[in-house]
Design a protein around this ligand. Structure first.
Ligand SMILES: *[C@@H]1O[C@H](CO)[C@@H](O)[C@H](O)[C@H]1NC(C)=O
Ligand SMILES: *[C@@H]1O[C@H](CO)[C@@H](O)[C@H](O)[C@H]1NC(C)=O
Ligand SMILES: *[C@@H]1O[C@H](CO)[C@@H](O)[C@H](O)[C@H]1NC(C)=O
Length: 379
């Protein structure tokens, strides 16, 4: 039963109408109890009380103002009019003012809820924070193992270099026996000895030379394989690094989108609540004055001109209907920075993604080839 603003605008008009009714000047409304100055049948009076009680608030106000005019003219109110005044008085206290208060409280509660909405952005951020941390941990582990792989590769590489160098030294320092061929070029014990000594040396040289060569080739193959493992480890690390960075960006963006939406909702609600409060204050001020008139009309024999005049001049304090504004909590910079920095860097994450895809497809091709070979062998 809240008054609309329109009703207040229409009030003067209605008041004029009711003034006529209450003061008995209206033509053609002969049966209205509001016109009655004498005794009225009980049932008829009750009907009229009902009528006013169920009238629109603006009409009730107009009725009260019209009664005030009756009193101002020095006339007494009828019993029915007095009864209506009593009922209206109870209505102000039991319905209209509590409803205004409830509306005010509902707005305040809604504002509080939207304010709490900003808190849910923080809760969401805290949840996502642990996801980002988990990715960051994985990234760090991959970075470690990539680092260890590179270290191992470097050690193997230096071993291989040392081995190659040793191999070269061995070949360079190899000195075949410098036994001159016997002067007599004919079968002889000397010739036998010449051949066997040379053979012995070259056999030994060939054995060591071939062994070392095989070792060098094997180590170089291991080195290449290790290099591939480390390249794979680097790509895996870089892919995780990129995933981590993109997660940070995504979480940061959704946090600010959440805050933007919640702030927008709060501001819109605040605007609506302020507008509600403004019209509620207008309603309250009017209701306050009417309530003052009702008190005067109800007081036995107290409907003095001065009291009525004081109602006209009284100003309602509407500060209780003020909308309480809360400072919006700032963004949680601590959690945000705890996500980790988005690094400019020169890592091309698109290229990393392409490399991962290439690795996956190469592995699939290799598996296919292995399956085919296996089939041929067994078939
Ligand atoms: C109004 O009521 C009072 C007391 O009941 C009475 O003395 C007075 O004469 C009445 N006035 C008029 C104008 O009827
Ligand atoms: C390098 O050589 C050293 C000494 O021969 C050996 O102990 C080590 O295991 C080798 N490291 C690698 C990575 O091949
Ligand atoms: C040298 O040694 C390798 C490996 O033992 C052997 O295959 C090759 O026949 C040898 N060369 C000669 C000329 O005997």
């Amino acid at each position: 039963m809240m008054f609309s603003r329109l009703a207040f605008v229409a009030l003067p008009l209605l008041a004029a109408n009711f003034f006529q009714l209450a003061s008995g000047k209206a033509q053609g409304v002969k049966t209205s109890a509001m016109l009655q100055t004498g005794s009225v049948a009980g049932s008829k009076a009750a009907l009229e009380v009902e009528r006013v009680v169920h009238a629109k608030p603006a009409e009730q106000q107009a009725f009260v103002l019209a009664l005030v005019d009756v009193v101002k003219q020095g006339r007494n109110l009828t019993d029915t009019q007095m009864e209506i005044v009593n009922v209206l008085q109870r209505m102000w206290y039991d319905q209209i003012l509590p409803e205004m208060q409830r509306g005010h409280e509902a707005d305040a509660q809604l504002l509080g809820e939207h304010l709490a909405g900003l808190g849910t952005c923080d809760q969401e951020l805290a949840q996502r924070h642990s996801e980002v941390s988990a990715i960051a941990d994985e990234k760090s582990q991959l970075e470690d193992s990539q680092f260890r792989c590179d270290e191992g590769h470097a050690a193997m590489d230096s071993n291989a270099s040392a081995m190659v160098a040793g191999f070269h030294t061995f070949i360079e320092s190899a000195t075949p026996p410098s036994i001159p061929i016997p002067d007599v070029r004919a079968a002889s014990p000397d010739m036998d000895s010449y051949v066997s000594e040379n053979l012995l040396w070259f056999e030994g040289f060939n054995r060591s030379y071939k062994e070392m060569e095989a070792e060098v080739v094997a180590l170089q193959a291991l080195l290449v394989a290790k290099g591939e493992v480390c390249t794979g480890a680097r790509t895996t690390f870089e892919a995780k690094f990129c995933a981590w960075q993109s997660e940070i960006k995504q979480v940061t963006a959704s946090y600010s989108a959440c805050r933007e939406a919640a702030t927008g909702l709060y501001q819109a609600t605040l605007t609506a609540a302020k507008s509600n409060a403004a019209s509620r204050k207008v309603q309250y001020a009017a209701a306050f004055q009417i309530e003052c008139y009702l008190k005067v009309l109800i007081a036995p024999g107290a409907a003095s001109q001065s009291m009525l005049a004081s109602c006209q001049n009284s100003d309602a304090s509407t500060s209780a209907l003020d909308v309480q504004e809360f400072p919006l909590p700032p963004a949680n910079e601590q959690l945000l920075s705890g996500l980790g920095q988005v690094q400019g860097g020169n890592l091309d994450c698109d290229a990393v993604a392409a490399e991962v895809a290439a690795q996956v497809s190469a592995a699939a091709t290799a598996a296919e080839a292995a399956a085919e070979n296996g089939g041929m062998v067994s078939g």
